[in-house]
Design a protein around this ligand. Structure first.
Ligand code: HPA
Length: 281
């Protein structure tokens, strides 16, 4: 993929989506490790494999399905039309930040105005426990890449976009209120984004903690930057799947991450459902 500018970079993808579903989704959802199956619960659903959308690419990590599902929440109550990306593309797979954000930019070009980005993360803050759900209040970009390098496309956003409030305060307020109605307090924390794919060393975690990170993970940051650049509203929610390296008494494994994500899935889905119902127009 090139970094040439022009809205037509997404035109074929958006055309393919429009041909499959005439609705313009109101909320975009990126489903992190272990949450992909949430997409399968949507009703009035159109299932679109990434492979059928020009440029949306393929996803290679176990636990990431690689499809877009457009639909509504099942059950009683209001629901926005949701566009759920089950599976995301990561920098550690060897893709550029520009490629990593192709899918969320495509949704934004389709007309989606607000996004919920979810992920699995390691807990750095000593108050976090595996299974905690944490609102991302801000991030540290230790991936040291930006999806905005290269020529700026002014139809997307400005050359030097503000990043004071990447994670929308209004959406965070809604998420906190929803959690309270469900009987738990959502924590807030700073997400330290790293490149991976190796987990961190204890020394790296100590550095991240000193610099203000409460959580560590390998995704989300590029997407949040690209969406803020486009003026979209972003909510970020992490599931703490493990204590970070050196905080944890045991070695880290993807199996542990997937296992905790699975065990937390029901509460996470409940929270997402509550938030999405509140976002129904
Ligand atoms: N580090 C980085 N990414 C992660 C972790 C972690 O400890 N847990 C889940 N994703």
């Amino acid at each position: 993929m090139t970094t040439t500018s022009g809205a037509n970079r997404w035109e074929a993808a958006v055309e393919a989506l429009r041909a499959r579903d005439a609705r313009v989704p109101e909320v975009g959802l990126v489903l992190g490790s272990g949450l992909g199956a949430f997409a399968d619960t949507l009703v009035d659903a159109t299932v679109i494999p990434f492979s059928e959308v020009p440029g949306m690419g393929s996803v290679t990590v176990p636990g990431h399905a690689g499809k877009l599902v457009v639909g509504r929440l099942p059950g009683e109550g209001p629901s926005p039309v949701v566009a759920a990306l089950a599976g995301r593309i990561h920098l550690y797979e060897g893709h550029s930040a520009d490629e990593v954000v192709f899918n969320v930019r495509t949704l934004a070009q389709w007309g989606v105005k607000q996004f919920v980005l979810t992920n699995a993360a390691g807990g750095i803050s000593p108050t976090l426990r595996p299974g905690d759900l944490v609102l991302i209040s801000d991030h540290l970009n230790f991936q040291l890449r930006s999806p905005l390098t290269g020529p700026n496309d002014p139809t997307l956003g400005p050359r030097f976009p503000d990043m004071t409030r990447v994670y929308d305060p209004g959406l965070r307020q809604i998420a906190s209120e929803v959690a309270l109605t469900q009987g738990f307090a959502l924590r807030e924390g700073v997400y330290g984004g790293v490149l991976g794919p190796q987990y961190e060393t204890p020394a790296e975690i100590k550095m991240l903690r000193t610099m203000g990170a409460d959580l560590v993970g390998m995704s989300t940051v590029s997407e949040a930057i690209a969406l803020r650049h486009m003026g979209r509203k972003v909510l970020g929610i992490s599931c703490v799947t493990n204590l970070a390296s050196g905080v944890s008494p045991v070695e880290l494994s993807h199996a542990e991450v997937e296992e905790t994500a699975r065990a937390t899935r029901e509460r996470f889905v409940g929270l997402l459902t509550g938030i999405l119902r509140r976002l129904a127009a």
